[in-house]
Design a protein around this ligand. Structure first.
Ligand SMILES: NC(=O)c1ccc[n+]([C@@H]2O[C@H](COP(=O)([O-])OP(=O)(O)OC[C@H]3O[C@@H](n4cnc5c(N)ncnc54)[C@H](O)[C@@H]3O)[C@@H](O)[C@H]2O)c1
Length: 252
């Protein structure tokens, strides 16, 4: 494939591993320089080195907790001085703290809402002015979940955060369409990553059985859709919520 994203810059939050890393790799494969932003500096540096060597792009590692406004502001300054602009923002960083509602601790609620919903708010607000200057129009992709569409037992906090992210996506799409911004959300189903590997085996088996296509998702199933949404092939798509779930919630 031609390097159609040559000269463009992408920021994927939570890109040191998992789905975020796969998205950064696919965007890099088409030539986009990367901001590898995650919690730990050494993880960001390792992933940056591997991606820059493999795809011959520039990678800027930034340790940043997306829930802390000051750190997000510092990340913005670093991106400004290294790249001077931003074309693609993918709000991917997310966590799980599952518990039945009656047992859910206030900290479990707050942590999940903070990372999964306040994080995208802070990061999007900070980087929007830069995205509005992107030559071919800025793209924002928010990584939600089918849990935000159908709810899942034990996920009152997570489902609320991911449903909130869908509402947020629609508002950003409406408010900044005239500024050339396209904003969409994706809803992955069960994808095998470190996040889901931590679930009990019985839960993983149940999840697998709920997928009509008969297999869990691979990170590449997700990253390829994000890459499409960043490409010019998708330039009439905004405010959309796209399921990538092997058919798990067919009919919604
Ligand atoms: N794996 C799945 O089955 C699945 C399904 C639906 C949606 N999702 C969503 O996809 C996204 C990625 O999930 P994954 O499975 O790759 O998870 P993962 O745990 O493997 O990766 C998430 C990354 O986000 C980073 N992160 C967490 N909190 C952060 C913070 N406060 N600031 C910056 N970075 C932070 C982590 O350090 C980690 O590198 C999440 O938003 C998740 O909710 C995953």
């Amino acid at each position: 494939m031609e390097r159609v994203f040559e000269g463009k810059v992408a920021l994927v939050t939570g890109s040191a591993r998992g789905i975020g890393r796969a998205i950064a790799e696919d965007l890099a494969e088409w030539g986009a320089n990367q901001v590898i932003l995650d919690i730990k500096q050494e993880d960001c540096e390792r992933t940056s080195k591997e991606i820059s060597e493999k795809y011959n792009v520039k990678c800027l590692p930034i340790a940043c907790n997306v829930t802390v406004k000051q750190q997000v502001q510092e990340a913005l300054e670093k991106v400004k001085s290294e790249f001077g602009g931003l074309d693609f923002l993918v709000n991917n960083a997310g966590i799980l703290k599952d518990n039945l509602l009656l047992r859910m601790k206030e900290e479990e609620w707050d942590m999940v809402i903070n990372v999964n919903l306040k994080g995208p708010f802070l990061v999007t607000q900070a980087f929007l002015p830069m995205l509005m200057k992107a030559k071919d129009g800025g793209r924002i992709i928010n990584v939600s979940s089918i849990s935000g569409l159908i709810g899942q037992v034990g996920q009152a906090n997570y489902a609320a955060s991911k449903a909130g992210l869908i509402g947020f996506t629609k508002v950003v799409a409406r408010e900044y369409a005239k500024k050339g911004i396209l904003c969409n959300a994706i809803c992955p189903g069960y994808v095998q990553t470190d996040l889901t590997d931590a679930l009990p085996d019985a839960v993983k088996e149940e999840l697998r059985k709920s997928i009509p296509l008969g297999r869990p998702g691979h990170v590449k199933d997700i990253s390829k859709v994000v890459r499409f949404l960043c490409s010019n092939e998708a330039n009439f798509i905004t405010g959309n919520i796209i399921r990538i779930d092997g058919g798990t919630v067919i009919g919604l």
